[in-house]
Write a protein of this length. Structure first.
Ligand code: ADP
Ligand code: SF4
Length: 688
């Protein structure tokens, strides 16, 4: 079944005392569940193992209360009482013939200790990484000895939990082992500071300690960042080459990437598949040990090329394994067109950063494996056959039609335009968002394989058409439009000068190809990606662009998705003038008057056109009219009527896909008004 071209991806490989069954390695990734929701965490990792990943790792795992990462929820091995939670994961992962890995870490000044209230530790006295108003103190020799002991003890606990691989973590500017390497964080004058040899000493000792403690049973992996892109204060490629040479044969496995997280998990807007190759390809030439690398790999051809060209030995993946936990199995079974490719939107990352369970645009079951019993590949068959009409072929409608089709319903999907995909098709034409189209393409591919799903294009339905159709269930997924009246978070009464003004544009106008001329203001009261993408589009089309926002930072949601720095750099490179903390007081005669939110100072900005990115309004007329008609007449046949996605409440594409999947899961099933998912409860066990 498998194309022999991909055979190298399925060759087993030894990692110290253990053997990975193939070359697919789910590298550590945060998930917002961690130690707080161990059952949910274990079930999520199990699905990866079931999907064919040879190694499935935890996220970063705190080794001691002095590396408490609150508010972030990661894995934890502070003492033996934390073992059972991770043992749960190991059992689940082993049940599918995969190896389990744990990424041990002490985050030093990148921890918070907000929960434990311990004093933070660092190579030298320094401020905390995340802006907390307390400093980390310099570690003395006794602290270093303690740290090494904690790491060793955590490694043993990991082994007792059933881990097959134990990581030493020196990446992402997050762990002490890396902080000792960095000149900006390490100003020590003893044998742990100064020369490269000295700065590497602790990392070398940690690897040696870990091998000594668990190396007879577990492979010892080193996660190492080769470049921080911060100049001489950070790890730079030239020095990283020396470090790899110095430690070449010491770990059983090298897992290499770039730092920090915003460079490693680069959003697709700023980089494509395999973007890290120039930063990590030297490693394999320097060591005989296996090398894992990441690059948001979703194409088996790219993967096999990485192996054949000797760039890496093992395909590392976080996001591709989130979007499609079954990616390896699909390659193995020759089902390449079933691969649900990651779109690089980093909504998954936003889960961790908002301290909530992981979610994924492409894979609505991610994070819901335990609490809702959802699976990325399987779904409960329909309890009773029924005819379903889905109106609107955007991400919500497409996902509903696909999943309902998979359940065996007789599904018709009607779309008003000549193209499926809704907002996804429109947004994918904007700069940097081409991969958004994968949301549509995967669903179309699946729908085309389902004989019980029929799609109708160019079919704008009115209420009468829907009623005439005679479906048992009607799902309205008709989307939303951007508002033109300036209403939003900061202008709750709208902006009077915007009403009826032909120089005011919305993102929908831009996506329809209608762009303002001359000097343009993009007004962002939304805070997501739409406004910065609009600014990019306009600047690239030769307009002079001002970016105005009531927020104190540009597009704040991008801080959760790791886009923020990249967006700021891109806007700066395109010459976009940024004005933060500004609300609009008027727009007339080619001039936009804005007021500083704090000083009240008024500024006039030349504006031949304004692009207003404030809020959207659901396109729910069809739903409302159907609801009214169904309520007003005694129907011969009872129809269940539903609305999902942007036509209910506009959100991210991820929300629309989730809504489609959730609707499909519950359709025709008994409704509950109780809590619709399982939760973790802590009964007893507090005494010891
Ligand atoms: P969502 O993100 O909720 O899926 P979109 O805006 O992406 O919403 O998609 C909504 C889709 O519904 C669009 O493709 C639009 O053309 C289609 N649509 C809107 N009204 C109707 C209608 N009355 N009949 C059929 N299709 C419709
Ligand atoms: Fe990829 Fe987006 Fe899913 Fe993350 S949320 S795995 S970036 S598709």
């Amino acid at each position: 079944m498998r194309d022999p071209r991909y055979d190298p991806l399925f060759e087993p490989i030894r990692i110290g005392p253990v053997t990975a069954k193939n070359r697919f390695f789910q590298v550590p990734h945060c998930n917002g569940m961690g130690h707080a929701m161990p059952l949910a965490h274990a079930a999520m990792r199990e699905v990866k193992a079931e999907g064919g990943w040879a190694v499935v790792s935890t996220e970063e795992c705190e080794i001691h209360p002095s590396t408490d990462l609150t508010p972030y929820v990661e894995a934890r091995l502070w003492d033996d009482r934390d073992i059972p939670a991770l043992a749960l994961m190991c059992e689940k992962v082993h049940a599918h013939g995969a190896l389990a890995a744990v990424e041990l870490t002490h985050n030093g000044p990148a921890a918070s200790n907000l929960f434990s209230r311990e004093v933070l530790l660092a190579p030298s006295h320094q401020p905390t990484k995340y802006g907390y108003p307390h400093q980390a103190r310099a570690m003395d020799k006794a602290d270093i000895r303690d740290y090494r002991r904690w790491h060793r003890e955590a490694a043993v606990r990991g082994m007792k939990a059933g881990m097959d691989l134990v990581y030493v973590y020196a990446a992402h500017d997050l762990s002490l082992a890396m902080h000792f390497l960095q000149c900006r964080r390490n100003q020590r004058t003893d044998e742990y500071g100064g020369s490269l040899e000295n700065r590497v000493r602790l990392l070398r000792e940690l690897i040696e300690d870990t091998k000594d403690a668990v190396g007879h049973r577990c492979g010892v992996a080193l996660r190492f960042a080769t470049e921080e892109m911060l100049g001489p204060g950070g790890v730079e490629l030239a020095e990283a080459r020396d470090i790899v040479a110095m430690l070449a044969e010491l770990p059983d496995l090298w897992d290499v990437n770039v730092s920090a997280w915003y460079n490693d998990s680069l959003p697709s807007r700023f980089g494509g598949e395999g973007a890290q190759e120039p930063f990590v390809d030297f490693v394999k030439k320097t060591t005989s040990k296996p090398v894992v690398g990441v690059g948001r790999f979703t194409s088996p051809d790219t993967m096999v090329s990485q192996l054949r060209r000797g760039v890496i030995d093992i395909i590392g993946a976080a996001r591709p394994s989130i979007a499609d936990p079954f990616l390896p199995r699909k390659i193995e079974e020759g089902r390449l067109d079933d691969i649900r490719e990651c779109i690089g939107c980093n909504v998954c990352v936003s889960g961790d950063n908002t301290v909530s369970p992981i979610r994924c645009t492409q894979n609505p079951s991610m994070g819901e494996e335990w609490r809702k019993g959802w699976h990325p590949e399987r779904i409960k068959p329909a309890s009773k056959p029924a005819k379903v009409l889905v109106v609107g072929g955007g991400p919500a409608g497409l996902e509903a039609a696909r999943a309902l089709g998979q359940r065996g319903f007789e599904v018709s999907l009607a779309e008003a335009s000549k193209e499926l995909g809704g907002r996804v098709s429109c947004e994918a034409r904007l700069p940097g968002l081409a991969e958004w189209a994968r949301v549509r393409d995967w669903r179309l591919g699946q729908i085309n394989k389902l004989p019980n799903v029929a799609t109708y294009l160019d079919s704008r339905l009115e209420a009468a058409d829907v009623l005439e159709f005679g479906a048992d269930h009607v799902v309205i997924a008709t989307g939303a439009r951007w508002r033109r009246d300036g209403f939003g978070r900061s202008h709750g009464l709208g902006i009077p000068d915007f009403e009826g003004n032909s120089n005011v544009f919305t993102p929908d106008d831009l996506m329809d190809g209608s762009l303002p001329e001359g000097e343009v203001v993009v007004f962002d009261d939304d805070g997501g990606y739409h406004a910065t993408v609009a600014a990019e589009l306009l600047a690239k089309a030769g307009r002079r662009v001002h970016f105005v926002t009531p927020e104190d930072v540009v597009a704040p949601w991008g801080q959760f998705t790791l886009e923020y720095r990249h967006v700021r750099k891109r806007l700066a490179a395109l010459g976009v003038q940024v004005h933060v903390s500004k609300v609009i007081v008027g727009y007339a005669g080619g001039s936009l008057r804005v007021e500083d939110a704090w000083s009240g100072e008024v500024l006039e900005l030349p504006a031949d056109g304004v692009v207003s990115v404030t809020a959207r309004i659901p396109d729910d007329a069809l739903f409302q009219s159907l609801r009214a008609r169904l309520a007003g007449q005694a129907e011969t046949k009872a129809i269940s009527l539903h609305r999902i996605g942007d036509c209910e409440a506009p959100g991210l594409i991820a929300h629309a896909v989730y809504a489609g999947f959730a609707l499909a899961q519950g359709l025709g099933e008994p409704a509950t008004d109780g809590v619709p998912f399982r939760r973790h409860f802590h009964h007893g066990g507090n005494a010891t």
